[in-house]
Design a binder for this molecule. Structure first.
Ligand code: TMP
Length: 219
C-alpha cells in the first residue's frame, strides 16, 4: 500500500466476469466520491491498443511465446508511464483489467516460460510497480470459455488467445491458483458464481479494508 492512492488489479480466466466486476467496483467507488482511473491490458493507451491488435489477431498463430510476453510488457510499460503512475501520484484509485499476474498465468504457466522469466521482464519493464490488491474472479473454466466464445462473435479480430485449447486454459487457472497460494495477502480468489451483484458483494468484502485505509485518496 502506497501513500499515493491505491492500485487494484482484476484477474481471471476467459469469460470469468472480471471486466464486469471491475466496472461495478469503479461505479461503487465513484458513488463514494473517489476519483477512479481505469486501465486495460493489453490496450488502454493509443500505443497499447495497436499492440493489443497484433497480440489478439487470430492470423498471428506463428507468434512465439517470448514475442507474446514482450508485447504484453510493452503495452504494460506504456500504460504504467502514461496512465497508472501519474494517477497514483495524483492520489487516485487505479483499477486495472489484468496486470502482470496475467503474464504469470498465461505466458509463465500456460506457455511454460516459468514465473521467474516473467518476473525478470517485470523488473526490467516496471521496476517494483505491483498492485496493492488483486481480485481474481474464479469461475468454471469450461463455462467461462463458452461465454468468451459467444462474446467473440462480436469481436472476431481478438480471438487468438481465447482460441487456445481447453488444456491451455486449465493451465492458466492453475497458474492463478499458484499465485494465490504464494501471495495470499495481495492476491484474493473470489467465487465468480451467481449474479454480477452477488459477485460484486464478495469483491467488496475483499476491497473494503484497503479503501478504509485509503482515506487520503482523492475525492
Ligand atoms: P481480455 O480478453 O481480458 O481483454 O485479455 C486479452 C487476452 O490477453 C486474454 O486472452 C488474456 C491475454 N493476456 C495474456 O496472455 N497475458 C497478459 O499479460 C495479458 C495482460 C493478457
Amino acid at each position: 500500500m502506497t501513500e499515493r492512492g491505491a492500485f487494484i488489479s482484476f484477474e481471471g480466466a476467459e469469460g470469468s466476469g472480471k471486466t464486469t466486476q471491475m466496472r461495478l467496483l469503479a461505479a461503487r467507488l465513484r458513488t463514494l466520491g473517489f476519483t477512479v482511473t481505469e486501465n486495460q491490458e493489453p490496450g488502454a493507451t493509443a500505443i497499447g491498443s495497436q499492440i493489443r491488435r497484433i497480440l489478439l489477431d487470430p492470423a498471428h498463430d506463428e507468434m512465439e511465446s517470448m514475442t507474446e510476453l514482450l508485447l504484453m510488457f510493452a503495452s504494460r510499460a506504456q500504460a504504467a508511464a502514461q496512465i497508472i503512475l501519474p494517477a497514483l501520484q495524483r492520489g487516485e484509485i487505479v483499477l486495472s483489467d489484468r496486470f502482470t499476474d496475467s503474464s504469470l498465468a498465461y505466458q509463465g504457466a500456460a506457455r511454460g516460460l516459468g514465473f521467474e522469466t516473467i518476473m525478470q521482464v517485470h523488473r526490467l519493464a516496471l521496476g517494483s510497480l505491483l498492485p496493492d490488491l488483486t481480485i481474481c474472479v474464479d469461475f468454471n473454466v469450461q463455462q467461462g470459455l463458452s461465454r468468451a466464445h459467444r462474446r467473440n462473435l462480436e469481436r472476431p479480430g481478438e480471438v487468438r488467445l481465447d482460441q487456445q485449447s481447453l488444456d491451455f486454459h486449465l493451465l492458466v487457472a492453475e497458474g492463478y491458483r499458484q499465485i494465490a497460494a504464494s501471495e495470499p495477502q495481495r492476491f484474493r480468489m473470489v467465487d465468480g458464481t451467481g449474479t454480477p451483484e452477488e459477485v460484486a458483494e464478495r469483491v467488496w468484502t475483499e476491497v473494503a479494508p484497503l479503501i478504509e485505509r485509503c482515506a487520503h485518496a482523492v475525492r
